[in-house]
Design a protein around this ligand. Structure first.
Ligand code: ZN
Length: 193
């Protein structure tokens, strides 16, 4: 799996509604493994099945990219309770380099099934709650830019001259759409998806 296997903004699969998984079979297990590999390769904190072109309700998330041991692999996840709010910067592997301010719930409870078919309820706060909200949105074709403050969209530009290693440059959704359309055209020309 390469970076180019991640579906980029403008791909209709990212706007479709994913279907409930009825049976956890080998295909679902293979999908989850493919997603884990893709997330690791791209240093992501989460991924939803539509981002690799699959319309099943499957997400993965890891609260800490440094500690790779705890990866949540969730089938048919849904938020059953949400409380409070948090503001924060968000990005998405399907909208590379774009960042936006998104208000999310501060705490969520997510009900889902594990790959073993067990029902679980996970309570999450902070970043993990944000990741769950972001990834579950993907299953309904909702992207973080739909919820981001339109005047606070930025490109994250690597910059070794500043302490953080990057700087932020303000942009608009229109400019972002044009950049992603060019990126998709380039990948198609290279034979990717
Ligand atoms: Zn995303």
């Amino acid at each position: 799996m390469s970076e180019s296997s991640i579906r980029i903004y403008g791909d209709p699969v990212l706007r479709a509604k994913a279907k409930q998984v009825r049976e956890i079979d080998g295909q679902v297990a293979d999908l989850v493994e493919k997603m884990v590999v893709t997330m690791r390769e791209n240093q992501g904190v989460g991924l939803a099945a539509p981002q690799v072109g699959s319309l099943w309700r499957v997400i993965i998330a890891r609260p800490d990219t440094e500690d790779d041991t705890e990866i949540f692999r969730l089938i048919n996840p849904r938020i059953i309770a949400a409380e409070g709010s948090q503001e924060g910067m968000e990005g998405c592997l399907s909208l590379p380099s774009l960042r936006g301010e998104v208000e999310r719930s501060a705490q969520v409870a997510v009900e889902a099934m594990t790959l073993q078919g067990e029902n679980v309820t996970i309570e999450a706060t902070g970043l993990l709650a944000r990741v769950f909200e972001h990834e579950i949105d993907h299953l309904d074709g909702v992207l973080f830019v739909d919820r981001a403050r339109p005047d606070a969209l930025c490109w994250l530009i690597p910059d070794p001259d500043v302490e953080e290693g990057y700087r932020l440059e303000q942009t608009t959704m229109k400019e972002a759409e044009q950049r992603f359309a060019r990126l998709r055209a380039k990948r198609r020309a290279e034979g990717g998806s």
